[in-house]
Design a protein around this ligand. Structure first.
Ligand code: AHR
Length: 326
């Protein structure tokens, strides 16, 4: 059963968009070695989502602008491919390695190899769960727990009447930092409302096809779904296809909350097919190049650089859609 009153009033959340990609120092100034070209090995997760495509573009464009020689590798969402790429960067003696870990665990050995070769490592977008923080210089990226929390808080805010709300969760890649953290943040936010129940939870691997498949199975096994919490826009967009194929109206019969705010997601939010999006900003390129130059020059950098982000209701999405870059 859907709470009729639940979505009547949409909470107005902060609209200010924060430009996180706006690095700062120019190439020459940031690079303590006097502007010499540095070589960066970058091991990307893959091309699983609109967010990832925007992130790759940002890194490649920023490297070009900053005069950084970028060696780019696409791991196709496989940890063993990323490990191979990092080993090859070590062999090539690059100046700095940056990577966005597919999953959180299992990195100590290869990171130790980079450390022994005196090549600094920057974590970008996703974290590792290693206890040895000396294995990397800094971690640049979003606070994924906060993202999940914002999604859950919005739902709590909309659910003022005392009727049960059945939630299905489409998780991101199993074992990845954003899947682990967004799940935790969302659960924390809804735990004190006894009406909000996660009735099913499964991974859609951060892809549109994964989201569609998982949602098809959810619809078969759960006749009474009120809300989908998808860990990214692509999964939410896949879920929309499954909901429509089942003869239901996404955004009305079943409410949808996602994370990312890429253009396709924002379009669906503007059209009322998604109800709320928490932003995850992929434009990390400029900040990454800035940090890389400092690290190579032996300068101090903060251990953690958190990306600032906002949230979007339908009205807010409509206002920014035409100027959305990605
Ligand atoms: O790590 C960031 C997440 O990975 C984004 O939310 C998702 O779209 C991507 O695939």
């Amino acid at each position: 059963m859907i709470k009729k009153s639940m979505f009547a009033v949409l909470a107005a959340t902060g609209l200010a968009l924060t430009a996180c990609g706006g690095g700062g120092a120019s190439a020459g100034a940031a690079n303590g070695s006097g502007g010499d070209k540095i070589t960066m090995g970058f091991a990307q997760v893959g091309a699983e989502s609109g967010w990832r495509t925007a992130n790759t573009k940002s890194v490649q464009e920023s490297a070009k602008e900053a005069g950084v020689d970028l060696k780019f590798s696409d791991a196709q969402q496989k940890q063993e491919n990323q490990i191979k790429a990092i080993r090859s960067f070590v062999q090539q003696k690059v100046d700095v390695i940056a990577f966005s870990p597919v999953v959180e665990s299992g990195w100590d050995t290869v990171l130790k190899e980079a450390k022994d070769a005196k090549i600094p490592v920057i974590l970008t977008d996703r974290a590792v769960d290693s206890k040895d923080t000396s294995l990397y210089k800094t971690f640049l990226g979003s606070d994924f727990v906060a993202e999940g929390k914002k999604a859950g808080e919005w739902l709590v805010e909309q659910s003022k009447s005392s009727e049960p709300v059945n939630i299905v969760e489409i998780q991101g890649t199993t074992g990845s930092a954003p899947a682990n953290d967004r799940k935790q943040g969302f659960e924390d936010a809804i735990k004190d409302d006894p009406d909000l129940k996660i009735v099913a939870s499964q991974s859609g691997d951060f892809t549109r096809s994964g989201g569609k498949q998982v949602m098809e199975a959810f619809l078969k096994n759960n006749p009474d779904i009120d809300v989908v919490f998808a860990h990214n826009d692509d999964e939410g967009l896949g879920a929309i296809e499954a909901i429509e194929a089942a003869g239901k109206v996404p955004g009305k019969d079943i409410k949808i909350i996602t994370i990312d705010a890429v253009k396709d997601g924002m379009t669906a939010l503007s059209n009322g097919k998604i109800n709320f999006i928490v932003e995850c900003n992929p434009l990390l390129g400029d900040q990454l190049m800035d940090l890389a130059k400092k690290v190579v020059a032996g300068q101090d950098v903060p251990q953690r650089v958190v990306t600032e982000e906002t949230t979007f209701t339908m009205e807010q999405a409509k206002q920014v859609l035409s100027s959305r870059q990605y």
